[in-house]
Design a protein around this ligand. Sequence first.
Ligand SMILES: NC(=O)c1ccc[n+]([C@@H]2O[C@H](COP(=O)([O-])OP(=O)(O)OC[C@H]3O[C@@H](n4cnc5c(N)ncnc54)[C@H](O)[C@@H]3O)[C@@H](O)[C@H]2O)c1
Length: 349
Amino acid sequence: MDKKPDLLPEILLLKQEEVIQAGLLDMSLILEATEHTFKMLGEGNVIQPAKIFLPMPDFDHWKSYGMSMPAYVGGENEVVGFKWAAEAVDNVKMYKVPYGLDVVLLSDPKTMMPKAIMDGTIITAMRTAAAAGVVAKYNARKDSKVAALIGAGVIGRTMIMSQAAAVPSLEEIRIVDLDLAKAEALAAEFAEGGLYKVAPKVVPMSSVEEAVTGADLIVTETTARSTFIKKDWLKANCTCIQMESYSFDDEIMLAADHIVLDSFEQISHLDSPVRRLSAKGLLAQAQCVEIKDVVTGKAPGRTSDDQFVFCETMGMGCVDIACANMLYLRAKEMGIGTKWTMWDNPIWT
Ligand SMILES: NC(=O)c1ccc[n+]([C@@H]2O[C@H](COP(=O)([O-])OP(=O)(O)OC[C@H]3O[C@@H](n4cnc5c(N)ncnc54)[C@H](O)[C@@H]3O)[C@@H](O)[C@H]2O)c1
């Protein structure tokens, strides 16, 4: 009789509902995991090659794209994996189909046996907002009272959660969308008796200019394809955090006293102000600091209340992989998910 293989590729399949059951919607958990991962990156415990961006039909006119985001994250729960991040412009015309769609695959770094395949769509929304939360924690003024969040989509919702948790001085969060009904619906989720609780008052708006005027903190998570926020609308010492490529006019970054990025290298591979300004010779890596160095104390965040701080974060696979692994371990402990073995007895080894 055939001897059994010493090791089998046993995969836990986790659908969105199960990843949520494992704790995904707990923003404090995701904020903690995100900051910890930035620290691991700063301490050299992460291996993270550049993303591979596959735009269709081409780089300048993409209607959809897939992006491979591989990372190894060390430490006591070391893991390797990648997120297949994807977006499709026309999805929003359909009922209950998200603009962003993501899948995560996790493997054991020693044997490379795959161990989990899971929905990464809400992981992306939570970790994206958490990244902006950690950036705000180190770069928003400590007396920030008003935040303007631009884009009331999937990430707009998680951004309300993360900014309320990361900047405890906030009294008002303005949620803004071209489509006022979307902003109003989101604000209602955070109102008295709504689905989620946050301390600041959440106010829906449709005028971006009105919303950013007087705001101490501005975070953008829109699907805009041309810039629309002007420098003279902004408070002189505000903090801006752009989570995509096209909300703030590019020159606004150059006017900042301090520029904070998640990763110069990772952002430079994508259509972004960093790429556009570097190509024109207007921005060099030395003008920017990275969040991994800010959280480990190797570089400063905001150092005075007078500074105008501009931050850009377009996402790093290491945060997806670390958050996904934490949720996988919790799911395993809770006994949820569907087990699937990639083979019983491999034909050739
Ligand atoms: N930085 C990261 O790590 C990261 C990760 C995932 C997604 N993103 C980006 O975040 C953005 C939002 O993603 P989503 O899944 O929430 O999309 P979504 O389609 O759910 O929501 C986007 C919202 O932006 C609004 N919008 C578009 N242009 C606007 C404008 N000029 N002014 C005000 N509102 C405007 C739309 O009406 C829509 O409600 C996308 O650009 C996406 O690429 C960033």
